[in-house]
Design a protein around this ligand. Structure first.
Ligand SMILES: NC(=O)c1ccc[n+]([C@@H]2O[C@H](COP(=O)([O-])OP(=O)(O)OC[C@H]3O[C@@H](n4cnc5c(N)ncnc54)[C@H](OP(=O)(O)O)[C@@H]3O)[C@@H](O)[C@H]2O)c1
Length: 366
């Protein structure tokens, strides 16, 4: 067959991407985009820290310069031509997200919007108006909240005849998480135990709200007919001092947080997400002791349990930092791999039910 008659290989169209935030998750996203194996092209990077302003994106992820400079200037980033923003800041700004969507850029985010049906009507209206104005879609996903509290339990529930109760337990030792801005400043480890409360800070309220949203998502998708979701937390004090990266966690301050977000119907707990979070090597004796990672249990017919964990590798020796980062990789990839579907979706919300991320790299490009 002459070469000109060969069947052309159709490549997926490249999507131009902006990384919005270069924290633990954002950096993993940037590294994946820069690999150039994913059909994604990096065209801009939004940062918040002045010391990252003007720094090349390659340098920010420990590589050679790639010719794309990060900027703290939101208007400058908004003016860029791009198909999708990967939005991973610590705190979300609805007006900012609406401006991104209205400027014609789709958004995938690990930070919020896991169950749009349950956000306030006013916020929903703003987001939908921005999507209509820009002809764009927005998708919230990640690991937990995300695949572990959405796609995975829903798939498992699909094997049920009846369900009495669904629980997701997250056991994590945050001592190894290399972002004390998250663990101490936001999650409030090291604070007095009586300051650990959903209403104690903007972040704790926000964090509690997104897990509440997950319980509603599961309950709504499984027609559980719950009438409330409550949030409770037990904070446990450290018995000893612990050095956690650049922070000293003092004895007597918060070293354990057991949160429960419980969806009830007429008082019966049907759907629950529970966290068993610690910092330092103490573990409260009265807490349950699941394996590290996520344990998903359905009590019903049949009763089923699965345990999820991510590591850098099950085969090679890897450092603790690499293992910890593997969850950031999974979080970032859950939204990065959704980009083609989100860009192709009709304007509006692309939910975890409508978008199943499929790897953009997979085996083929190893
Ligand atoms: N769904 C999930 O499974 C999942 C899992 C993990 C994390 N998350 C969420 O994903 C997001 C990123 O997490 P991470 O672990 O990468 O956080 P991180 O390492 O603490 O990074 C924080 C990010 O926030 C930016 N930032 C700094 N000051 C800010 C401000 N005033 N307002 C808004 N952002 C500011 C930082 O800017 P620079 O770029 O300048 O450093 C950085 O990009 C968070 O919203 C987190 O809650 C979700």
């Amino acid at each position: 067959m002459p070469e000109s008659a060969a069947v052309p290989v159709t490549e997926a169209p490249a999507h131009r991407v902006i990384g919005w935030g270069t924290g633990a998750v954002g950096r993993e996203v940037l590294a994946a985009v820069l690999d150039h194996r994913s059909g994604l092209e990096l065209v801009g990077v939004k940062v918040y820290s002045d010391d990252k302003d003007g720094v090349d994106a390659g340098i920010l992820v420990g590589r050679e310069p790639v010719g794309v400079k990060a900027s703290v200037d939101t208007d400058r980033i908004l003016a860029l031509d791009a198909d999708c923003v990967v939005y991973t800041p610590r705190l979300t700004d609805l007006a900012e997200v609406c401006a991104i969507l209205a400027s014609g850029k789709n958004v995938v985010t690990t930070a919020f919007l896991f169950h749009p049906n349950r956000i306030s009507q006013a916020d929903r209206d703003h987001l939908l108006a921005a999507c209509q104005a820009g002809g764009t879609s927005i998708h919230g996903g990640g690991l937990n909240p995300g695949v572990l509290s959405g796609a995975l339990p829903l798939a498992m529930a699909g094997m049920s005849r009846t369900i009495q109760r669904l629980t997701l337990q997250e056991r994590a030792d945050w001592s190894v998480y290399d972002s004390t801005a998250i663990t101490f400043d936001n999650m409030r480890f090291g604070s007095p135990v009586d300051e650990i409360d959903p209403a104690a800070s903007e972040f704790l309220a926000f964090n509690s709200a997104i897990f509440t949203e997950q319980v509603w998502l599961l309950a709504d998708a499984l027609h559980a007919g719950i009438d409330e979701v409550t949030a409770t937390v037990e904070a446990v004090a450290a018995e000893h001092d612990h050095q956690i990266f650049d922070h000293l966690l003092s004895a007597g301050t918060t070293a354990g947080q057991r949160w429960k977000w419980t969806g009830r119907r007429a008082g019966d707990a049907l759907v629950e997400i529970e966290t068993l979070w610690t910092v330092g090597n103490e573990y409260p004796k009265h807490w349950p002791k699941p394996q590290h990672g996520w344990t998903l249990t359905i009590e019903g017919d049949p009763s089923m349990r699965t345990h999820f964990m991510s590591l850098a590798s099950f085969e090679r020796d890897a450092t603790m930092l690499e293992h910890v980062n593997s969850a950031n990789v999974a979080t970032g990839m859950a939204v990065l791999n959704a980009i083609p579907a989100v860009c192709a979706a009709a304007p509006g919300f692309a939910t975890q039910a409508s978008v199943v991320p499929r790897t953009l790299i997979g085996f083929g490009n190893l």
